[in-house]
Write a protein that binds this ligand. Sequence first.
Ligand SMILES: [Zn+2]
Length: 79
Amino acid sequence: MSSHDGSTPSSDPSMAQPSQPSISMSSGSRGRTDLAWGHCREAPELSVGCKKTKLVCLYCAQVFAGGGINRFKQHLDGA
Ligand SMILES: [Zn+2]
């Protein structure tokens, strides 16, 4: 058995191609990008048994059981 002298050639560096992440800036991701999310919070503790997580206004603690962020946006507008 001949021991290696440490000059074992490693993998060809030209093979090491940088894994370029696919930049997907598509606008198909709707959801948490709404500014209204900055004025409310989800209340999972109030949503037990509910299919949807309730939202709570950070200012008046009003609970929104349905309608989601769109309903809350109406609340921000004064509805
Ligand atoms: Zn409010």
